[in-house]
Design a protein. Structure first.
Length: 405
């Protein structure tokens, strides 16, 4: 069996690992052997030299991210077994049979026991995002495993790690690129730039090269169905619309008019393409390239339903307070644009913002708006973004459907 560098914990610091939490913080480490560098596979031991887990060494405040709690060799068979387990879960949910959708998240980091790894499947194309150097280095084995799992169905594999991976200077001169040259997005299999997906009877074009994240927000699938359910005969505003998925669902639900707003002209072009792709009457949809804060403050429009799905206002805990103020401001403005009895779909995708913090921000917005507000639904990410019971930090998407008197 291959020998890996060893990391020893301070006395009493093994409790979290024994509860299967996948992170080891630098302050818990006593010493290490084998001089591991970022991206190396390491084995974790207690102060009594008891084996605890195996993971990738990062060298940061989260010093090790764990992907195995049993001592074994980390080879192609190991990675294939991990990806097969993730696929089996999606299969049990009916996501792999093309009846509900042909696009889903195959791997969701810690939720699938693979910290630092995102893999999305788009109708024969796979997009990989590595959030750690260790997972980036594992890509050849991961691609081989994907090809075995999907067979001829897999046409394209695209690595889109440039936005998520911070390369260490210490890797200079090795086979891994450094900050000076940066990781470049590239095709590992095939060359297809974009694809057509189907989701619960709706069609969307996905551009993984130019799109945000991996190209499409798969985590909102179930929440979009709520929008379709409630949209009948309503005037709807889809703010931060991106490629217009909420707009398409609202139109399918019978909305009398949908306005889609985004500050990106490219996003608006994708939205209009997807609205047309689904065959809706152009008179029922209008799109605007505008900053949503400016749009809400300057527009006189009143809506029956508003969808607020902004980008992450807080990517780190250091900016939490600023993010909370932003949530209060944008939700207050939206509440003032709703007709009596209107519905507000409001979301936060910031992992640093807890569900309680988000709800408190919405309560503050309600007070500022002077409206009577009732919570109808609590929303979260879809089941292909599972949260490990041992890693509650994985629940990043928080949402509420509010009734505004």
């Amino acid at each position: 069996m291959k020998i890996y560098p060893e990391v020893f914990l301070k006395p009493g610091k093994e409790a979290a690992v024994k509860r299967f939490h996948p992170w080891i913080f630098s302050g818990a480490i006593s010493h290490q052997t084998g001089n591991p560098v970022e991206g190396d596979i390491v084995e974790i031991f207690s102060s009594a030299k008891e084996y605890l887990a195996t993971g990738h060494f990062t060298g940061g405040s989260i010093a090790v991210k764990l992907f195995s709690f049993s001592q074994q060799e980390i080879d192609d068979t190991f990675w294939k077994r991990k990806l097969q387990s993730a696929w089996d879960l999606r299969s049990s949910l009916g996501l792999t049979d093309n009846l509900i959708t042909n696009a889903y998240r195959l791997v969701f980091t810690e939720g699938d026991g693979l910290p630092g790894l995102i893999i999305d499947y788009y109708n024969g194309a796979v997009v990989i995002q590595a959030h750690s150097l260790g997972m980036y280095k594992a890509q050849p084995a991961l691609v081989r495993a994907l090809q075995e799992i999907y067979g001829d169905k897999l046409k394209t594999v695209y690595d889109k790690s440039s936005e998520t991976l911070k390369m260490p200077f210490s890797q200079k001169g090795s086979d891994i690129q450094t900050k000076e040259s940066r990781v470049k997005d590239h095709y590992l299999v095939g060359t297809t730039q974009q694809g057509l997906i189907s989701e619960t009877g709706h069609s969307f074009t996905v551009d993984w090269e130019r799109g945000q994240k991996t190209g499409f927000f798969l985590d909102q699938r179930a929440n979009r169905m709520f929008a379709q359910f409630y949209a009948k005969d309503k005037r709807v505003l889809n703010a931060f619309c991106y490629s217009g998925a909420f707009s398409v669902y609202s139109l399918k639900g019978g909305a009398s008019l949908v306005h889609s707003v985004d500050s990106s002209r490219q996003a608006i072009e994708w939205t209009e393409e997807n609205v047309a792709l689904n065959g809706f009457d152009a008179a029922r949809h209008r799109s605007f390239v505008s900053d949503i804060k400016k749009y809400l403050s300057e527009s006189d429009e009143k809506y029956d339903m508003i969808i607020l799905d902004p980008p992450a206002f807080a990517k780190t805990h250091a900016v939490t307070n600023n993010a909370l103020h932003a949530y209060v401001h944008i939700n207050t403005a939206a509440m003032k644009r709703l007709k009596a009895g209107g519905l507000l779909f409001t979301f936060s995708c910031s992992q640093a913002i807890s569900r309680e913090m988000f709800r408190s921000a919405i309560q503050s917005a309600a007070l500022e708006s002077g409206r009577e507000i009732k919570i109808l639904h609590h929303l979260s990410q879809g089941p292909d973004h599972p949260v490990s019971i041992y890693h509650p930090e994985g629940e990043y998407l928080k949402g509420l459907i509010l009734w505004v008197k």
